[in-house]
Design a protein around this ligand. Structure first.
Ligand code: ATP
Length: 344
């Protein structure tokens, strides 16, 4: 069992609170994505987990054991760095077995384990090659195999796929996820790519300015954002200032009755309405707007509508494309249950 418990973990660099009082419980076997904008503290939090940074405050427990003071090499965690940090002077097999050879494991064991891991990441027969003889995706797999060499109880990866082109990256996202499911190893991946996080994770941790903004399964974070930052950061969101009243909101003076399935997280008064593009509909007598742009994305049709100084995005299935033209005055409505009223 490798459930993780982060208890008030903080890391300060001078005046900067890179990680600010993070408390979390992560169940054994989870695939966790740490997500947030540049500089929000993702890498620092991962390095705190790895033992590569010493926390300014707080504790880290793994399966109930306090490892806060345990040095990185003694934690039995696997790590994959953004740079991959593969050794050009070693063969692929020697790279993979490196964490075992520096721990003094016998040569035969290192060889056997390298072969096993190379098969696991679909690089059979490539153990004798040098790193420069591999493609980008193959190098990625070598780094992943090396990270798994010691059968880690926690697998930590810092933007492992960021150097790959879009197609290979999507392929590797699925591969990494399948590998993790097969091994059942608790895994934490840093990414700034929200689509990647939504594709891979059981649990998404959204961070901003060193603080955790929301933790939850991808769909929950998408459908039920905790605040305007999360709504804006995860997926496309239409954010509109509104006034929250009794069972209704007013957007630019236009009253909209709330549905029991809508989520209200603000107090009465000035608030922020968040609506996903798939929940925006063109309707008579709706919120007034003017169509500014229509584009066919293949799997969907996107319609942009200007409402005052805000641009609202609506998304339709190709078969449900509305009959609208650029410049047309339209009304907008929002699907019941798709409205999230957040603190302003
Ligand atoms: P990115 O996505 O750009 O890699 P990040 O979310 O991983 O960013 P961190 O690298 O964890 O962010 O940095 C968080 C904050 O801490 C930033 O303000 C950064 O400048 C600062 N920081 C990180 N490492 C150090 C350090 N060794 N010394 C001083 N400040 C640091």
């Amino acid at each position: 069992m490798t459930d993780l418990s982060l208890q008030g973990l903080s890391k300060r660099f001078g005046d900067v609170a890179a990680v600010d009082d993070v408390s979390l419980e992560i169940p054994d076997g989870s695939f966790v994505c740490l997500l947030g904008p540049s500089g929000c503290g993702k890498t620092t939090l991962l390095r705190l987990l790895a033992g590569l940074e010493t926390p300014s405050a707080g504790r880290l427990l793994v399966a109930g054991e306090d490892v806060t003071e345990t040095p990185a090499h003694a934690r039995r965690f696997g790590m994959v760095f953004q740079s991959l940090a593969l050794f050009p002077h070693l063969t692929v097999a020697e790279n993979v077995a490196y964490p075992l050879s520096i721990r003094g494991r016998p040569k035969a064991e290192c060889r056997a384990r390298a072969e096993e891991l190379l098969a696991l990441v679909q690089l059979e027969g490539m153990g004798g090659r040098r790193i420069h003889q591999l493609s980008g995706g193959q190098r990625q797999r070598v780094a992943i195999a090396r990270g798994l060499a010691i059968a880690p109880r926690l697998f930590l990866l810092d933007e492992p796929l960021s150097a790959l082109d879009a197609n290979l990256r999507e392929h590797m996202q699925v591969e990494l996820r399948q590998l993790q499911q097969r091994l059942g190893v608790t895994t934490v991946v840093v990414t700034h790519d929200q689509k990647e996080a939504l594709t891979m994770a059981d649990i998404v941790i959204v961070m901003d300015q060193g603080r955790v903004q929301q933790v939850g399964p991808p769909m929950e974070v998408y459908r039920d954002p905790a605040n305007a930052f999360v709504a804006g950061f995860i997926g496309t969101s239409n954010l509109l200032p509104c006034e929250l009243g009794e069972g209704e909101i007013a957007v630019s003076g236009h009253r909209i009755a709330l549905d029991p399935a809508d989520r209200v997280k603000a107090r009465p008064g000035a608030a922020m309405l968040s609506v996903r593009p798939e929940d925006v509909r063109i309707a008579e007598d709706g919120l007034p707007g003017r169509v500014s742009f229509v584009r066919d994305l293949g799997e969907s049709v996107q319609v942009m509508i200007d409402h005052g100084d805000r641009e609202i995005t609506a998304l339709y299935a190709p078969g449900a494309r509305p009959e609208v033209a650029v410049g047309q005055e339209v009304g907008l409505s929002f699907a019941p249950g798709g409205r999230v009223v957040l603190p302003a």
